[in-house]
Design a protein around this ligand. Structure first.
Ligand SMILES: [Zn+2]
Ligand SMILES: [Zn+2]
Ligand SMILES: [Zn+2]
Length: 294
């Protein structure tokens, strides 16, 4: 077991640290005993993409929601980003160059594409745009380290993504947003990373309404456990991860990737399908053993 050196440049970890554990990849563990209800991590997203159906309701910069219907301040060039205030609009649009505007507009009008895929593609655009505008900092390193399952995709899934794949490759390479060694496969690896590591953006006080998708690479290092001991909560751009129970020193900190109220079979099936692993947590082992005994 080794401490994760690639994270050593990111501070703010007073109670937990990330380490690589054989067979489990990277995970967070407690530096000390942590009480329930403690905030162990506060993060802001690397990039966000609001669903087309919510683009007028959520501010593209601060993610606050309009209390009743839609904001009116928006980018006249693409009509894809809306803002709660002139201040948010000015700060955002300062970086929103014509290339980004153009690709967002074309993506929004792309026909015969599944809504889920389109929203993932929007986040891909936002991530490359973010990397482009922050080309001096090293925060993309964290995105680079996220796990991709693109190599495991079967041909049917690749075929489903074909239109998006072609669209993204054409536009992102034309914008000059790729590094010299990057190819269309790198774009699809990013798609896969979003599929396995993306978090929903929820409407304030409405945890049942997902209004967009965001990548919080530091929060993605929490492993899954069906008897999870931490819970993420988003408020505007900030995500807070808090403990639900007492965590002993050196114990892993975990969150739920899926609905843990599902029976063990369905839970494991869903985790395998969406996250490419068979859950071996204690709860799964106990529940599947007791099923076999029956
Ligand atoms: Zn705002
Ligand atoms: Zn625009
Ligand atoms: Zn499990």
């Amino acid at each position: 077991m080794t401490t994760d050196v690639s994270l050593s440049c990111f501070d703010g970890f007073s109670l937990i640290y990330s380490k690589s554990t054989q067979g489990k990849g990277r995970e967070y563990v407690a530096k000390q005993i942590i009480d329930p209800g403690t905030t162990v991590l506060k993060v802001t997203p690397y990039a966000t993409a609001i669903f087309d159906s919510f683009k007028k309701r959520l501010c593209a910069r601060c993610l606050c929601a309009h209390p009743t219907k839609s904001f009116s301040t928006h980018c006249l060039g693409c009509d894809q980003v809306y803002f709660c205030s002139i201040d948010c609009a000015n700060k955002y649009l300062k970086w929103h160059d014509p290339g980004c505007c153009d690709v967002l507009r074309k993506l929004a009008s792309l026909k015969k594409v599944d809504r889920h895929m389109k929203s993932v593609a929007k986040l891909v655009v936002m991530i490359y745009w973010q990397r482009q505008k922050n080309n001096e900092d090293n925060s993309y390193t964290l995105v680079q380290h996220l796990e991709s399952h693109y190599d495991d995709w079967d041909q049917d899934i690749k075929r489903d993504w074909h239109r998006i794949h072609t669209f993204l490759w054409k536009h992102i390479s034309a914008l000059g947003w790729l590094l010299p060694h990057e190819t269309d496969a790198d774009i699809m690896h990013l798609v896969s990373k979003i599929e396995s590591n993306g978090f929903g953006i929820y409407l304030e006080n409405r945890l049942d309404v997902v209004a967009g998708r965001a990548l919080y690479p530091l929060a993605s290092l929490f492993n899954h456990d069906c008897a999870y001991n931490c819970q993420p909560r988003g408020k505007f751009r900030e995500m807070t991860i808090r403990t639900l129970s007492t965590i002993q020193k050196e114990d892993p900190l975990t969150i739920a990737y899926t609905d843990t109220d599902l029976p063990v079979m369905n839970r494991r099936q869903k985790l395998l399908q969406d996250y490419y692993f068979t859950c071996q947590c204690n709860r799964c082992l106990l529940e599947s053993a007791s099923k076999k005994r029956k």
